[in-house]
Design a protein around this ligand. Sequence first.
Ligand SMILES: [Zn+2]
Length: 601
Amino acid sequence: MTQSPFRTAFRLPFAIILLTAFGSAADVAYTISLESPPEHLVQVQILLPPGPATRDLQLPVWNALYQIRDFAQFINWIRAKDRAGHPLEIRALNNSRWQLDSASEGAIVEYQIFVDSFGPFGAQLNAHHGFLNLAQILMYPVDSRNRPMTVRFSQVPPEWQVATPLPSNSGAYDADNYDRLVDSPVELGDFHESDFDEAGGHFRVVIDADPADYDANEIIANLHKITAAASSWMNDRPFQYYTFFFHFPRGPAGGGMEHAYSTAIEINAETIRRTLFPLNSVTAHEFFHLWNVKRIRPQSLEPIDYTKENMTRALWFSEGVTSTAEEIIQLRAGLMDEKQFLSRLSEQISELENRPAHLSQSAENSSLGAWLEGFDYYRRPDRSISYYNKGELLGFMLDLAIRDASHGRASLRELFQWMNANYAKKERYFDDSNGVREAAEAVSHADLGWFFTRYVAATDEIPWNDFLRYVGLHVERASVSVSDPGFIASRNFDGPVSVIAVTPGGEADKAGLQVGDIVTEIQGKPAGDESNQELSRMQPGDTISVKVRSRGPDREMRWKITARQEISYQVSDLGQVTPDQRARRIAWLKGETESPGAPTP
Ligand SMILES: [Zn+2]
C-alpha cells in the first residue's frame, strides 16, 4: 500500500431471491444495495446456503491497512430470518461476531452499514460515487469462508457503471472464496474507462476524477512502460486481466493499495497536474506488490486472521523492498534517470540516519510496530522508524551484497525470481526474514547471515560505503542548515494531521502549539500529505501560518521559521570510478546482472 440523491425500495422480490440463493447450491450470495448514497448507507443481504444449524458471522476488524479499524462500529442494525421468511434470533458474541441458530436449511441475514471512509483502502458511498473495500462491509460465515461466493449490486443509480476485477456472470460477480472476494475493490459511478494490452496481459484503467485534471493518454503511456518493465524484470505475468483504479481528488489523498489482480491509487489532483512522477512511483510500487506480498507472501500473514492483528516481522521486505523494486522498475522504464535515483537514495539515507530510533528499533520490530502506527506517540522519530524507509535501503544494500558475493552473477532480480519460483508458483509461504535469507543465499551461493543478523534483526549502523563501493559510489556527510518549523506533525493514513512533537522553547511552542493539536490548515491550505512539501519550501525567517483544532476553539497561529543543523547524506561518485565499477553500476541501475550465465531459479 504506500491515502453523491437516490432512494427506492430495498428488497428484490422474495421469489427471485430464493431462485438465486438456493438454486446455486453451496454459494454464499451477497446483495449490496446502495440504499442512500447521500447518507452513505448501504444494506447488505447475505444468503447462507444450508449447513450447520448454528452459524457464526464475522465482520473483519482490519483489512488492507495493518491497523485495527473495527468496521463493526458502522453497523446500524442487523436481523435474520429463515428461508421461509420467519424471523431468526441473531445475537452478538462480541462487537464483530454474530451467531444464529436453526439455520440448517439456510438463512438470510440483513444489516445496514454506514460507509464513508475515504482512501484506496476505504469504503465510501456518496452522491458522487461508491468505492468499496468489501472487507469493510461484508461479514463472512465462519464455516464457509473458503466456499465460492457471489456478490450483486442493487439500487445502483441508472447513470452509474460498476468496475471490479471479479469475473461477472449474469449480473453477479463471482469469487472462489472470501479472501479473493475482499481482495477485489469495486468502483461504482460515472467514471472514465479505457484499456490496453501489454506483455500479453489485458489491462483495464478506471479513472474517477475531473477530466480537466489529467491526461488519460499520458497516464496510459506510462502504464505501458511500468507494466512492461516490471513483467520483464520478473520474467513473469501471473494474470490475464489486471485493473488500475485511479482517484485524483482535489483535496487530501491516500496513496495506493495493492491487490492480486488490481490496485487502487489516490493522488491529489494538483500534484497530478504538476507532474506524473508521484503517480508513476506509486503505480510501480503497487503493481510490483502483485508479486511481492500478494503472491510472494510471508507465512506470518497466512491464513489471514480478520479477528485481530496479524503480527509479521516481514514488512521491511514485503513493503520496503517493494519500494526498492519501485525504483528499479522506474529506472528500467526510463521514467527516472541516474541523477534522480541517486538524489532519492540520498534522501532515504538522510531520513533514516536523522531518525534517532534507527539505533533502537530494528527493521523487523518496525514491521511488528505497523499495528501501532495509529497512535501519535508511536510515530515520533525517537520512537519508531519506517519499514518502508529502512526496508527500501536494505533492498538496495542486499542487492549489492548479493552481486558482490556472487561475483556479479546474481542480484535482487534473481532473489525475487527465485522466491517467485520456489514459493509463489508452488503456493507456499516464506518464513519471513529467514525465507528472504534462504533465497539470497541460494542465488548468491554464499553465507549472507551477517546481513540479516546485523541490519534486519538488529540495529547496527549500515556501513553505506562498504556496500556502495562495489558500484563506485560513496556517501558524503555534510552538516547543513535546514528550515525548522519547531514542530513535527504526522498523519496516520486517512487520519487527521496531528502534532506529535513540539521543540521546547521554540517558536511554535511560544506561539502556543501543543502536542495533540490537530492541524487543519497550513499556509491557508487543507493539511494533508502535501503539507510536508509546503513546509519544505519555506525558508528561515518566513512566517508560517497554522490553523489547529483542539479541545478548545479552533485557533490560528503564526510564527517565524527558524533554522537548525542536520547531517545530510549525499550519495556521489568515488574520486575515481573504475571501468568495472561503472559497468556494475549500469547493471545495478537496470536491475540486471553484469555477468552472463546468471543462475536461473
Ligand atoms: Zn506497499
